[in-house]
Design a protein around this ligand. Structure first.
Ligand SMILES: Nc1ncnc2c1ncn2[C@@H]1O[C@H](COP(=O)(O)OP(=O)(O)OP(=O)(O)O)[C@@H](O)[C@H]1O
Ligand SMILES: [Mg+2]
Length: 550
């Protein structure tokens, strides 16, 4: 939504748009009563849908307006226009650090970094002393005025966007997670050290010329912030001193307690490091050849994390729990993947399968293959009879229950599917896939509370089970609680980046709110992922075709 130059918003006359971010558009405006220019930050109309939003906005605006510090952009006023809330701020003629970084992505000399970060840290320390967190420290919120003065802006705005029910806002907040702390990404409680981590990411970017984590999707970036070891700054920029590297490593510790305790402490450590090892001249740095990508980024995190870090991170209880359960999950996941592969009998003829059973009538695997061949040939009753025989021959074979249940689901015989899964669960109570399949059938049967109980049980067994988290998303979507659904899909994607089912769910949520571009993007991610099971790929392709017609 754009507002035309000349429009009058309360006491302010709009002059021109200055820029657009994820949650708002900023305009230059004129305030005749005081004869001065101001910046008007008009929040996205989507926020209007959230009934609690205005109250939260006003509360937050009042807090932010109390911050008075030379390095914090002052907020003068807050009001609404057509139900759209806006903030009136001091207009800063200048450039954001983001714009400055775009002009050069080379490492910045140490003295220049300090010139930027000292005032930012001072503003931050002031806000923290008042009990106000920023929650969204990043280069686009740091402005250098043309006179060289540095300002920090957008205090608390992330909270306004995040805390509400509006899925729109959460969707947008997840848009640029390069600067997010691990605890913030996990929805855990945050404190001053969360801002210091984000400031650490900005420092890392200034010192090395790039952010530490920049995977393809927002979810993968978040995953890296939580799980992947920080790429060594000196591996990216060999000219950097070991002292500065140590400051970066501490500022970017995954465990908040291992970070600097305050902005003042961080800046003091930085000054000390800069004095110990004066940086080589700027020219030499800029001319340095682009370093190869650090090893840490070349390898995919998930596996290595499991094998490597479960022990190393012993101090970090939460991460450990999640991390080790990722390992547990990976094993089950292999089974899940195996189950999604075309069944073995698909490649063999019915006759061959029968011959095999005749040769070994007591071989449960032969029975299972015959059952699959019969099902593929459309002879369902005969197939179920063979599944039953396979189960009788070896009741502890999960595939028999799972395959039989899937065939029943395909035939829309949900009661029969449930019987198979439940029988499987009786014999194999620890089989989480069996459990999740029971929940899936409950969802299809609209037994929502039962489904939820099943998924919660799976999560109690293993809080890091991305498939179970994804299904909580399905549950919430089914009962129409979109904000919670969004949250669960996102969590699932953080645990397992690219999880196609979760992207599909996000696509469906986007469709619900008519965000067709976003829906298309999500369904495309499902289609492009080689790990997507065939049925799900068909569904996503169908959605894409339907979107094309729109
Ligand atoms: N007080 C201000 N004075 C002058 N220009 C400003 C001011 N505040 C913001 N801007 C300009 O408006 C642009 C948009 O700001 P906005 O905060 O909406 O988005 P952002 O910070 O770039 O991104 P995000 O929404 O993800 O935080 C900024 O990049 C900046 O160029
Ligand atoms: Mg901003």
């Amino acid at each position: 939504m754009t507002i035309a130059p000349g429009a009058q918003l309360g006491a302010y006359r709009i002059l021109e748009p200055l820029g657009q971010g994820g949650m708002a558009t900023v305009y230059k405006a004129y305030h005749p009563a005081l004869d001065r220019h101001v910046a008007l930050k008009i929040l996205h109309p989507a926020f209007k849908e959230d009934p609690n939003f205005i109250a939260r906005f006003e509360r937050e605006a009042r807090i932010v307006a109390k911050l008075e510090h030379p390095n914090i952009v002052p907020v003068f006023d807050s009001a609404q226009h057509d139900g759209m809330p806006y903030l009136v701020m001091k207009y800063i003629e200048g450039k954001t650090l983001k714009a400055l970084l775009r002009e050069t992505n080379a490492p910045m000399p140490v003295d220049q970094v300090l010139a930027f970060i000292r005032p930012v840290a001072a503003g931050l320390a002031h806000a923290h002393a008042q009990g106000v967190l920023h929650r969204d420290i990043k280069p686009s919120n740091i402005i250098r005025a043309n006179d060289g003065h540095i300002y920090l802006t957008d205090f608390g705005l992330a909270r306004i966007a995040q805390a509400g029910e509006s899925t729109m806002s959460q969707d947008m907040v997840i848009g640029t997670p390069q600067y997010i702390s691990p605890e913030q990404a996990q929805g855990a409680p945050v404190n001053e050290r969360t801002d210091l981590y984000s400031l650490g990411v900005v420092l890392f970017e200034l010192f090395t010329g790039r952010v530490p984590f920049s995977a393809d999707t927002p979810y993968a970036v978040i995953h890296d912030h939580i799980y992947t070891a920080l790429p060594l700054p000196t591996a990216i920029h060999p000219g950097l001193s070991a002292e500065i590297e140590r400051v970066l490593l501490k500022a970017l510790a995954k465990d908040p307690n291992a970070r600097y305790a305050s902005a003042t402490e961080l800046i003091a450590a930085l000054e000390a490091a800069a004095n110990i090892a004066p940086a080589p001249p700027a020219v030499a740095r800029v001319a340095a050849p682009a370093p190869p990508p650090p090893e840490a980024r070349a390898a995919k995190p998930a596996r290595r994390f499991n094998a490597l870090t479960c022990g190393v991170l012993a101090a970090l209880a939460l991460v450990l729990v999640v991390g080790c359960s990722v390992l547990a999950f990976t094993q089950r996941d292999n089974l899940a993947r195996a189950l999604r592969l075309p069944p073995p009998a698909q490649t063999e003829t019915l006759r061959a399968a029968r011959d095999r059973v005749n040769a070994n009538p007591n071989d449960p695997i032969a029975r299972l293959r015959l059952a699959e061949a019969l099902a593929n040939a459309g002879q369902l009753d005969a197939a179920f009879a063979e599944y039953d025989k396979a189960i009788a021959l070896n009741p502890r074979q999960p595939d028999a229950y799972l395959r039989a249940g899937k065939q029943a689901e395909r035939a829309n015989d949900l009661a029969r599917a449930l019987k198979y899964y439940q029988a499987g669960q009786q014999v194999l109570p620890d089989d989480q896939i069996m459990l999740l399949n029971i929940g899936d059938v409950y969802l299809k049967q609209k037994r929502y509370d039962d489904a939820r109980a099943i998924f919660e049980k799976a999560l109690r067994f293993d809080p890091g089970n991305a498939q179970a988290v994804f299904r909580m998303g399905e549950y919430y979507r089914a009962i129409g609680r979109v904000a919670e659904a969004f949250r669960e899909y996102t969590r699932a994607l953080v645990m397992e980046p690219d999880l196609p089912e979760a992207h599909y769910g996000l696509g469906m949520l986007a469709l619900q709110r008519s965000a067709t571009d976003e829906a298309r993007r999500q369904f495309q991610l499902v289609v492009n992922n080689p790990k997507t099971p065939p049925d799900l790929r068909d569904d996503a392709q169908r959605q894409l075709r339907a979107l094309e017609k729109k």
